[in-house]
Design a protein around this ligand. Structure first.
Ligand SMILES: Cc1cc2nc3c(=O)[nH]c(=O)nc-3n(C[C@H](O)[C@H](O)[C@H](O)COP(=O)(O)OP(=O)(O)OC[C@H]3O[C@@H](n4cnc5c(N)ncnc54)[C@H](O)[C@@H]3O)c2cc1C
Length: 226
């Protein structure tokens, strides 16, 4: 199913990283962790991959007015077009999809691993759940080249200060299986949620396996196309 909507805001949320806000159609339903396909009516910059891309939803399912998506500006024709599409202009979104469904009840420790804009589905979840009582700790391992390119960093730092059960660890070095094998030792009983570009997801998962985490405790979402 396709929904007609419009852009309500553009915002730079980190170096070269752009957030687009769209009006939320009344019958558009989604769960934290899901994605949608965003299409522009017409490309103003040519793009061999066409006029749409899949983006995870970064806003809370409880926000009935808006939907946010976030992406690195790669220079592709689609993203150039979207970046230059004015507030009020029409875009289309598809019915939300995806099985990376974040836990609505935290009954054991959780570790989230986000590579770059892989933070998007986790922001949706954190906005929805951060004020709930968590019986178990939630740790976010957030990988970026440097603090300037880490989207929503200030907001995440604020959340970790305000909520005892939520902690944020930033990683500013290239991820290796060895790094994640080591991190796995600290979080042996946790459920792991890994999201980001395919290379980052596979390095992380390899490391977690090396560190003794079994496959049934690792959920992944690969941003194919990166
Ligand atoms: C389930 C799912 C969820 C996703 N969620 C997100 C999300 O939340 N945010 C997000 O950003 N992406 C997300 N993606 C990936 C997204 O759909 C795109 O594939 C990705 O953003 C790359 O799109 P692009 O237009 O930059 O590059 P593409 O045009 O698809 O090209 C691939 C690569 O070539 C490079 N490239 C392309 N054109 C140019 C050019 N003109 N000049 C220089 N370099 C160029 C880009 O750097 C890019 O890395 C998701 C994918 C999936 C499957």
């Amino acid at each position: 199913m396709v929904f007609e909507t419009h852009i309500t805001a553009h915002k730079e949320v980190a170096k070269g990283t752009h957030e687009v806000t769209l009006g939320r159609p009344t019958s558009f339903v989604f769960k934290a962790g899901q994605y949608t396909q965003v299409a522009v009516p017409k490309l103003t910059h040519s793009d061999p991959k066409g006029r749409s891309r899949q983006f995870s939803i970064a806003s809370s399912p409880y926000d009935m007015d808006e939907i946010k998506v976030v992406f690195r500006n790669s220079g592709s024709g689609f993203k150039e077009t979207l970046l230059h599409t004015s507030i009020g202009a029409s875009v289309q979104i598809e019915q939300a999809a995806g099985s990376f469904l974040l836990p609505q009840k935290v009954t054991r420790p959780q570790v989230f691993v986000a590579g770059g804009v892989g933070i998007a589905p986790l922001m949706s979840y954190l906005h929805q759940r951060i004020d709930d009582v968590w019986e178990q700790p939630v740790t976010l391992l957030y990988g970026n080249q440097n603090p300037e390119s880490a989207a929503y960093l200030g907001e995440l730092q604020q959340m970790s200060k305000q909520h005892r059960q939520f902690s944020l660890d930033n990683i500013y070095k290239r991820p290796t299986p060895g790094l994640f094998a080591k991190l796995a030792e600290k979080h042996q009983v946790a459920v792991w949620w890994v999201v980001g570009p395919p290379g980052m997801v596979s390095v992380t998962v390899n490391g977690l396996h090396l560190g003794g985490i079994s496959a049934d405790k690792i959920m992944t979402e690969s941003f194919d196309g990166y």
